[in-house]
Each structure stands twice: as C-alpha cells, then as structure tokens.
Design a binder for this molecule. Sequence first.
Ligand SMILES: [Zn+2]
Length: 77
Amino acid sequence: MLQPITGYHRDDEDHWVAQLACGHNQHVRHDPPWQNRPWVTTAEGRTRMLGFKLACKKCDEGAPADEQPPSPPREND
Ligand SMILES: [Zn+2]
C-alpha cells in the first residue's frame, strides 16, 4: 500500500527511518550501490521527499503501528 512520508528519525545505528502516514516506519538507507537514496543524506533532500509515497509492506501484512519518535535535532549530519 502506498503511504506518504510524514517525517523521519534515526535508528540506533544512525540509519534514517521514514515515518509514514499509516503509522508504520520504513528504513530509507543510502547504501550504494545497492540502495541509492542520496536525498536522505541531506536535510533539504529529506524535506523535499515529505509527502512522497513509499510502498508499505507492513500495511499489506496488517502489522501494528510503529513507534514514531520525533526527528533528532542534528538534522544536518
Ligand atoms: Zn503502513
């Protein structure tokens, strides 16, 4: 199910996690050459992708909502 990005936070390993409107979270790693999401490495890029729809497998599986902590203050590194 396609769900728009409503925010971001970082996980324990400093990977970016997108928060989706459905209440689920999804990793948005920039890990070339396998996963190319250079936009996630900058605050500007992340802001630009707000509202972009990602396919949410957790919705398809009927998974319970994830915890969605607020974005960290260190937005730029
Ligand atoms: Zn979902």
